[in-house]
Design a protein around this ligand. Structure first.
Ligand code: SF4
Length: 121
């Protein structure tokens, strides 16, 4: 068992990997494609989304487990996640989350925890 898996199991903030339904997989796949498209071709729209974003990342790592666990995800002794290519991470990761739709996808991965970000109504 890797240190990542031990930390996941030992830290109450984190939930074990979920069994995804096809509906969940579809939503997560569509979300990745949407973020890729917006992040590469609609930078103004991304800025509009981010203008409505408040607070900050809680380092729960849930968005790094959408569909699959990112191989660059690492966890410290306190159970806080980080990225081992943070300064070179892909656009999809840089812009996440854009809106509540992204948060809803993330909640499929870790329904017992909350993303640190929220959005103005
Ligand atoms: S789900 Fe939200 S709080 Fe958790 S790592 Fe991603 S951006 Fe940060």
């Amino acid at each position: 068992m890797s240190n990542w898996e031990k930390a996941d199991i030992n830290n109450a903030k984190h939930v074990p990997p979920q069994k995804y339904t096809w509906k969940m997989r579809y939503a997560m796949t569509a979300g990745k494609i949407r973020r890729f498209f917006l992040g590469h071709f609609c930078k103004n729209k991304v800025q509009e989304f981010h203008d409505l974003r408040e607070s900050e990342c809680a380092r729960c790592g849930a968005c790094c487990k959408l569909l699959f666990r990112c191989p660059h995800l690492i966890v410290d002794d306190q159970g806080y996640y980080s990225c081992n290519i943070h300064t070179k991470r892909p656009v999809n990761c840089r812009i996440y989350p854009l809106d509540q739709r992204d948060i809803d996808e993330r909640d499929m991965v870790a329904p017992g925890t909350k993303c640190g970000y929220r959005f103005k109504k």
